[in-house]
Design a protein around this ligand. Structure first.
Ligand SMILES: CC(C)CCC[C@@H](C)[C@H]1CC[C@H]2[C@@H]3CC=C4C[C@@H](O)CC[C@]4(C)[C@H]3CC[C@]12C
Length: 542
């Protein structure tokens, strides 16, 4: 509709100009030669077309400041013409926050010097919080500069509503801003961890309206920054997200260039620090990869080698037992003489290699030990005394024996991580306390799906309300445990208790998920509203 009206306007202008020109030409042509007359007509026609084109160009949606409301917010005059030249003072002011707009030596803009001043003033609000992370700040300011001053503003900004000032001049009271989701996400990502040391919060805790940073999202953040009900925002800015930067019905969504927070935007400014940008934090060294497992034909090499050794051994044994036999019986039909029973070889048909080997070894040992025994038996006294002397000499070492009964010394290597940490603990927290841990697992319970304004989030089954209640009861039972008259408060670590007075169980250090609820069952029931969603209230700060 809007376009149609403009086109009819153009045709109207064209016809008026042509009619005027034609009457003028008729008069002129009667007095000059025909060829120069034709040239004149053509030139006039082109000039007319150009002027029409110029008139129809509507690059801007606003220009200049037309209203200042009760909150000292400035609103801009509705204007749909071309960009206007910016005086040098204005260009210098633009350099402050929007220097990228001047990159292509552009001098015409859809804003005047007053708007640039207002822009610089307003941007200071965000700068107070975000300036410590230059990439985030620059990302955010890019779209603000673009929609306030860009020379082709009308491609992505459409006036949604206007109002009239006291003099009846219309000013923009609501603007639709077409912007890519990519820009919003990347800008949000680069700012999401920026901290505000003065308050100990994150920037988004302050800049996301009703939402804390943990529940903020790109859409919520931008919506808040454009919400006219926000005291800092002068007029409604409705961010309309586009999944791509493709133009739709002549609307080309704004897609300014962004920098990740760990990249410096120029050589003068640093990248954001680790405390404001996770990407800037030093990376943990890559995990040392274990060397490739040694394999033979796709099987573990040790298995292959040990199996081969086993089979070769078995093979040798079987060969020695059955194949390499010695013929020791001469005659098959031998009749054994009773007197020859002691001659073993006569009973054997075949003797194996191993049997022969065993036989020889046995004979050898028999000979050696017979000699040994005969020798010592011949000198009994010397043997007895020498033996006793040797035993007493060697037994002297028993005086150096140390028996370790401490399980820590017995089972933990002095260089092990647990041992080093325990030694550290012992030196810092005397006397030594043992930390007892109970690891509780939820069995057969479903996951918890928590519906939030950012979409559903799945939590593990340990967050089941009933489960948490059972854990609480168990914790209470442990607190009241009675071991033959000794209670937890008799043995627990209670650094905050007054040493002179008796230690109460409530002074004992117990760390569990119930700490979030100050060990108070009724607090688990408390909920909070998050944009229509019910959420659990966590009493961290109380
Ligand atoms: C918690 C407080 C301090 C932070 C406030 C953050 C938001 C609301 C502030 C920070 C920067 C501000 C913007 C800075 C510059 C401009 C350009 C101007 O042409 C229209 C207003 C507009 C678009 C401001 C709107 C409000 C704004 C988005």
């Amino acid at each position: 509709m809007h376009v149609c009206i403009n086109i009819t306007k153009e045709i109207f202008f064209l016809s008026v100009i042509l009619i005027c020109d034609l009457s003028f030409i008729k008069r002129m042509c009667s007095s000059i030669p025909r060829s120069s007359c034709a040239l004149g007509v053509r030139t006039l026609f082109i000039a007319a077309l150009l002027s029409v084109f110029q008139l129809s160009k509507q690059d801007c949606v606003w220009f200049g400041v037309c209203n200042t409301d009760a909150f000292n917010h400035n609103q801009y005059c509705s204007y749909n013409g071309t960009a206007k030249a910016m005086p040098n003072d204005g260009l210098n002011l633009l350099k402050e926050r929007c220097s990228f707009l001047l990159d292509e030596s552009q001098t015409e803009f859809c804003c005047d010097i007053n708007q640039v001043k207002i822009l610089n003033e307003n941007v200071k609000l965000a700068a107070a919080i975000l300036d410590r992370c230059p990439s985030c700040m620059s990302n955010l300011v890019r779209h603000i500069c673009e929609f306030t001053c860009s020379a082709n503003q009308s491609q992505f900004a459409h006036v949604a509503a206007t109002q009239k000032n006291t003099e009846g001049v219309p000013y923009v009271s609501s603007l639709d801003l077409h912007i890519t989701t990519e820009y919003m996400n990347k800008t949000y990502k680069s700012c999401s961890q920026v901290s505000v040391p003065q308050t100990g919060q994150l920037a988004l805790d302050l800049m996301c309206g009703a939402y804390p940073a943990s529940r903020c999202s790109p859409s919520k953040w931008f919506n808040y920054m454009g919400d006219v009900n926000n005291i800092y925002v002068p007029f409604q800015i409705t961010y309309i997200q586009h999944p791509t930067n493709a133009s739709i019905n002549g609307t080309v969504p704004l897609n300014p260039h962004t920098f990740p927070c760990n990249k410096a935007i120029n050589s003068l400014l640093p990248a954001c620090s680790c405390s404001d940008c996770e990407l800037s934090c030093p990376k943990a060294p890559p995990r040392t990869e274990f060397p490739e497992q040694f394999k033979i034909a796709g099987f573990d090499a040790y298995v292959v080698i040990m199996s081969s050794v086993y089979f070769v051994g078995v093979f040798i044994f079987l060969m020695g037992s059955f194949v390499f036999t010695q013929d020791s019986i001469i005659d098959e039909n031998l009749t054994i003489d009773v007197n020859e029973v002691s001659n073993r070889t006569n009973f054997r048909k075949n003797t194996s290699f191993f049997e022969n080997l065993g036989d020889k070894t046995e004979h050898f040992l028999e000979k050696v030990f017979t000699k040994w025994g005969t020798f010592f038996a011949s000198y009994p006294w010397i043997t007895l005394f020498a033996g006793a002397f040797l035993v007493s000499i060697l037994g002297y070492g028993i005086t150096f024996i140390q028996i370790t009964t401490d399980p820590v010394q017995l089972w933990a290597s002095p260089n092990s991580k647990s041992r080093i940490e325990r030694d550290f603990f012992d030196t810092k927290f005397e006397p030594f306390f043992r930390i007892e841990q109970i690891i509780i697992k939820a069995v057969n319970l479903p996951n918890i799906i928590h519906k939030t304004s950012n979409g559903p989030i799945t939590f593990g089954p340990v967050f089941h309300k009933d489960f948490l209640t059972v854990v609480f009861n168990l914790q209470e039972e442990i607190k009241n445990i009675n071991a033959n008259g000794t209670f937890l408060n008799d043995i627990c670590y209670a650094p905050l208790s007054d040493e002179k007075s008796d230690i109460n169980t409530s002074d004992c250090i117990i760390q569990s998920i119930w700490g979030y609820f100050q060990d108070d069952l009724s607090r688990l029931e408390e909920t909070e509203e998050d944009n229509g969603f019910n959420i659990l209230r966590v009493h961290l700060a109380k």
